[in-house]
Design a protein around this ligand. Structure first.
Ligand SMILES: Nc1ncnc2c1ncn2[C@@H]1O[C@H](COP(=O)(O)OP(=O)(O)OP(=O)(O)O)[C@@H](O)[C@H]1O
Ligand SMILES: [Mg+2]
Length: 470
């Protein structure tokens, strides 16, 4: 028998994006027997089938390749000399299309040399015709062990890549490291995640990362803002509708749940959802089926829910404006994002990150911050969190003429360490409607366009702001 590890190193580096088939322990291992001698193939299949393996057969390399394309195969047992495509060519093709499949050569007398050649090309081992039951099962068992190890290693590598896949989220502080850890842990599961935290803390950024690092990443992440739409439109958006479901429902439309099937549905600002919509949402989450408005045909959907809110949902539950049962359904895993003021050195880290971003965007080459600017950035409380910092940095890059961002390039309120509370003066004679609009606009300006914070300041639902500015 040949050294099982000889000549195998190149297999790991095929660079194929094909997903890793489960190891034989997780599912019954699938073995593909490729032999042009029908009788022999049949005998081998019988032996393997009796020993608990799931067996597929092919009578030449070409057929074998087609089977490999369509099935997750853990091990191929293949003859070398066959009409059409031979065993060696099949081996080479398999390494590209199915790199986690192990290969064992079946060889007759006088072809040992060719079998050794196949091992040099990456086959695990060979078995000789006529084969003994013990040797065959032994070699098969070992080859599958190796296959499983390789698949597991690849899985670990993929996990590592996934953790590294979060490096667009900047944060070294302890509370951020905790949040990032939790996120990488829960991303691969299908558990519902509730992202909480003040406005601008990165809830949407985390939602995207959770989706990207999940097995659903090849499918869509669909975002629905529960604040942007009035009740009936939100329901139409979420669940879809049939013609005539309501006035104006002309055609038929898929809901966001359907669009997100197999992927992730991101329910943003979920605290803004009305009680009636909450009831309908709860039903969908409990039953896993949606019905379009105006239809009673239940549609199965497989959707992972990520919800976000900057409201205190528990408080809303106490107030009776958020359903307790829905809260518990959404809050399976709570990922709370810390406010920027609790992230210490992250402020400077983020400031540098945004400096690079806006340098590139504005074709500038600013090297950093003066000492005075750094002090100001570190001292300010950032009520608008990362979003406020990002906006300040964009402005600073545009305003800065030297090599370093200085104090004077930063917003006045930041330098003075106060939240912007500019007075609004309105001439008598202004209509109530115009006054309202002016106040909303001024507040939005003070929050750098952040509607949720503005709504909080104004004491109205952010839904109302969206409506008014439309
Ligand atoms: N840790 C981070 N690293 C880099 N960029 C970040 C980070 N956190 C947030 N950002 C950026 O800050 C901005 C605000 O983030 P995001 O929209 O995710 O906040 P949010 O919590 O959803 O806010 P809101 O509650 O107002 O919707 C975005 O431009 C985002 O790219
Ligand atoms: Mg958001």
């Amino acid at each position: 028998m040949a050294d099982p590890t000889e000549g195998r190193s190149n297999l790991e580096n095929t660079g194929s994006k094909r997903s890793v088939p489960p190891g034989p322990d997780e599912a019954k291992a699938t073995i593909l027997v490729v032999d042009d001698e029908i009788e022999l193939g049949r005998a081998l299949s019988k032996l393997l089938g009796r020993n608990g393996y799931h067996v597929l057969t092919a009578s030449n390399g070409e057929e074998g390749l087609a089977t490999l394309r369509q099935n997750e195969v853990h091990l191929v047992l293949s003859d070398l000399q066959m009409p059409k495509m031979g065993g060696l060519d099949l081996l080479k093709a398999a390494q590209v299309i199915s790199p986690f499949t192990e290969f064992v050569i079946i060889t007759g007398h006088g072809t040992i040399e060719a079998a050794v050649g196949a091992i040099k090309n990456g086959a695990y081992d060979f078995i000789e015709k006529p084969f003994s039951t013990t040797t065959t099962l032994n070699v098969v068992g070992k080859a599958l062990e190796k296959q499983q190890l390789k698949a597991e290693n690849q899985k670990l590598r993929q996990q590592l890549e996934k953790i590294q896949g979060m490096n667009d989220i900047i944060g070294n502080s302890r509370p951020m490291q905790i949040a990032l850890d939790t996120a990488s842990q829960v991303a691969p599961s299908t558990a519902t995640v509730l992202l909480t935290g003040e406005s601008g803390t990165g809830k949407e950024v985390f939602a995207s990362a959770l989706h990207r690092l999940s097995d659903r990443s090849t499918k869509a992440m669909v975002r629905v803002s529960c604040a942007a739409l009035p009740d009936n439109l939100l329901e139409a958006e979420l669940f879809g509708y049939e013609p005539g479901a309501f006035t104006g429902a002309v055609g038929q439309r898929k809901g966001r749940f359907e669009v997100a099937d197999g992927g992730t549905l991101f329910l943003d600002e979920v605290g803004e959802m009305s009680m009636t919509t909450q009831v309908k949402l709860l039903r969908v989450l409990q039953e896993g089926v949606v019905e379009r408005l105006g239809s009673s045909v239940p549609l199965n959907v497989d959707v992972r829910i990520i919800a976000a809110t900057n409201a205190d949902l528990e408080h809303l539950v106490e107030l009776g404006s958020f359903r307790e049962d829905l809260f518990y359904r959404l809050n399976v895993i709570n990922l709370e994002l810390p406010p920027l003021r609790a992230r210490g050195g992250d402020v400077i880290l983020l400031a540098n990150f945004f400096l690079q971003k806006y340098n590139e965007r504005n074709k500038k080459n600013i090297s950093g911050f003066t000492k005075a600017a750094t002090d100001v950035l570190g001292r300010y409380s950032w009520p608008g969190n990362v979003r406020e910092l990002e906006n300040a940095m964009e402005r600073a890059v545009v305003m800065c003429r030297g090599d370093f961002v200085d104090e004077q390039n930063l917003p006045k309120n930041v330098v003075e360490g106060r939240q912007r509370l500019d007075a609004l003066s309105l001439p008598v004679g202004t209509t109530l409607k115009d006054a309202e609009m002016a106040l909303i606009e001024a507040t939005l300006e003070s929050t750098q366009g952040d509607k949720e914070t503005a709504a909080r300041i104004l004491g109205i639902a952010s839904r109302t702001i969206y409506r008014k500015i439309q």
